[in-house]
Design a protein around this ligand. Structure first.
Ligand SMILES: Cc1ncc(COP(=O)(O)O)c(C=O)c1O
Length: 407
């Protein structure tokens, strides 16, 4: 056999499989109730509405919608998104918006623009695994900043920046998911968002604000994105259609300013030439009809009871000693179990009981998180959530009993 691996770049050689992708393969067994993936509920997809939209797109724009587009993305879609930005308090024009092939591509583009091998960037402890993978694929080093119930801790952030400064190291960016954080579910309040901007201004740093879940609010008022407080063009904002319309569209957007936007477009060019033109037309028409906000309301109506069922079942069935912050929106609950439990090894027991989650270590760049796990509540049916939580509770109970024997 040809020994091709010897020719791999150092970069590719160091790349590892995504833990979540691997888990998702295991959880494809239909008997397994999966709280593992970050999947929207397929019953939320507006199939019928989209059938009509697609017909119109083909009829009115067929020849352009099936053609290549510009790397920056369809102007009408960028204009519509800039208008939505205004409603959120972000001062942006269509020129500041780039349409990307999912936020995942936006994260990859950020890595490509900023990271040289060995560069340091700052991320939450825990943080989104896809962000970790994207930044590490450019051989960046990630330093974790712990979260509390209000998101990334600003005292630790500032201390870390100061201690790096003493070694003449400037972190390339601070990556945050401030609203219904993946995986922890927490929301950074406005006061802390302003503090973060002040720190970035003071130390002349870039913030990457990743906001896929901000619109999935169940019992909290709208909160302005960090980008809304950015007077100096140092925040790269990104959001996606994946959780509010369809992840299969592979459609997301970034908002940034001036020269940085041009650099990001150049870096995206080699990734895909252009984002899927057809789905850009579909999303534009869906928004033009005023259907997106109505659809988001329907999703929230569907997910809020799921969140409640999961929290209630956890209270009823889980043994004492766990902690879980009740998420006010988004798709995830983050559970931390008592001392002595390792959720990575417990995963095999869970699979035997036909229930799945993602273990906490996957989201920690410092190797921590062994007692934690992320549970998704959007994907499963209400009945599956009830049943799955019972199964998971019994797995945890057994693990705790065994732990007591060992102690
Ligand atoms: C925080 C965060 N960022 C980015 C993404 C990627 O989303 P997309 O489907 O737009 O690539 C996800 C998906 O789960 C996410 O949770």
């Amino acid at each position: 056999m040809a020994d091709i691996a010897r020719l791999y770049s150092d970069r590719a050689g160091k790349m590892r499989k995504s833990v979540i992708r691997e888990l998702l393969r295991v959880t494809q067994d239909p008997e397994i109730i999966s709280f593992a993936g970050g999947l929207p509920n397929p019953d939320s997809f507006p199939v019928e509405d989209l059938e009509g939209v697609i017909k119109d797109v083909m009829h009115n724009h067929g020849k352009t919608a099936l053609q290549y587009g510009t790397t920056q993305g369809l102007k009408e879609l960028r204009e519509a998104l800039a208008e939505r930005c205004h409603k959120d308090g972000i001062d942006a024009t269509a020129d500041d918006v780039i349409i990307t092939s999912g936020s995942q591509q936006a994260l990859d583009t950020v890595g490509k623009v900023f990271i040289n091998p060995g560069d340091i960037s700052l991320v939450g402890l825990p943080t989104y695994l896809g962000g970790i993978n994207a930044f590490r694929s450019y051989e960046g080093n990630l330093t974790g900043i712990p979260l509390d119930e209000e998101g990334m801790r600003m005292d630790v952030l500032e201390d870390t920046i100061k201690s790096l400064q003493k070694k003449d190291i400037v972190p390339k960016f601070i990556y945050v998911v401030p609203t219904f954080q993946n995986p922890a579910g927490v929301v950074m309040p406005e006061s802390r968002r302003k503090q973060l901007i002040d720190i970035a201004n003071q130390y002349d740093l870039v913030i990457v604000e990743d906001d896929p879940y901000g619109k999935l609010r169940y019992d909290i008022d709208h909160i302005k994105p960090i980008k809304a407080f950015d007077d100096e063009g140092r925040v790269i904002y990104m959001s996606t259609f994946s959780k509010i319309l369809s992840p299969g569209f592979r459609l997301a957007w970034t908002v940034s300013t001036g020269e940085l936007t041009r650099k990001m477009i150049i870096c995206k060019q080699a990734l895909d030439l252009c984002t899927n033109t057809f789905t850009q037309f579909i999303a534009t028409e869906f928004m033009r009809r005023g259907s997106l906000d109505l659809h988001i309301m329907k999703i929230c109506e569907m997910y809020k009871p799921k969140r409640d069922i999961m929290m209630k079942a956890m209270k009823e069935h889980f043994p004492d000693g766990y902690t879980c912050y009740k998420p006010k929106g988004g798709m995830f609950a983050w559970v931390t179990l008592p001392e002595g439990i390792d959720t990575e090894t417990m995963f095999l027991d869970a699979i035997k009981e036909k229930v799945a989650y993602v273990h906490g270590k996957a989201f920690h760049v410092d190797g921590g998180g062994e007692r934690s796990m992320r549970l998704n509540f959007s994907y499963s049916s209400n009945e599956q959530i009830e049943e799955g939580m019972k199964r998971l509770a019994s797995v945890v109970r057994h693990k705790l009993e065994k732990r007591e024997v060992v102690l």
